[in-house]
Design a protein around this ligand. Sequence first.
Ligand code: PEP
Length: 251
Amino acid sequence: MNESKTRRRLVVGNWKMNGNLATNAELLDGITAQWQGVDGVDAALCPPFVYLSQAAHALKNSVIELGAQSVNEHDAGAFTGEISGAMLDDLGCRYVIVGHNERRRLEGETEARVADKFHAALQAGLIPILCVGESEQERDAGQALETIGRQLGVVIERVGLQAFENAVVAYEPVWAVGTGKVASPEQAEEVHRFIRAELGKLGPQTQILYGGSVKPGNAEQLFALPDIDGALLGGASLNADDFVAICKAAG
Ligand code: PEP
């Protein structure tokens, strides 16, 4: 059997710092109402922390899972403003995004801290979605694979390869996130194949998502690639029609 056929497809929506109670309710209603046509794909939504309970309630009769956008690396204690893995688990989260480029770049998360967060997520029984990806300068300098290899390597060193049995990797070229630019099929497939190889014996079974300006119009072409197992969506996850259309394309 083709290896890619043994991996389930997964589409994850990262709402980032968007929404309010009213717009979230509309979005969640829109997604759940249209869900019946979606088949053969797992899906998760990652609202801001403060709306996790709202989303958990709206998704309670749905197969759509709940995820969070970040997690603190500590179990508990004097970390004002932070959220632990146990808290996310308590609220019903299954996934947590770790190492999103906006947190690495704008919140100063180091590679070592990303690895600690990945570890904390696993300890709490959550599935970390590890984001890796090169900047435009790194790509232009021919350093894309080197950057991604290093980002991945720091996490593998911290938790061991075997830990990827319960993890997802998302390739998100920084220059494609929120910009409308999408990696070409050749660029995306090259990186996905590289990540799979870096994961050694866990490579064939690990879900590797592509993220970066995925829309209904380009999703099918990306999902047709053998090493792309789904998508991490930003902008498109804020529109029910687009989110469901992309999930359908993945199924
Ligand atoms: C993201 O933030 O992870 C992302 C992929 O955003 P967008 O789809 O808007 O590029």
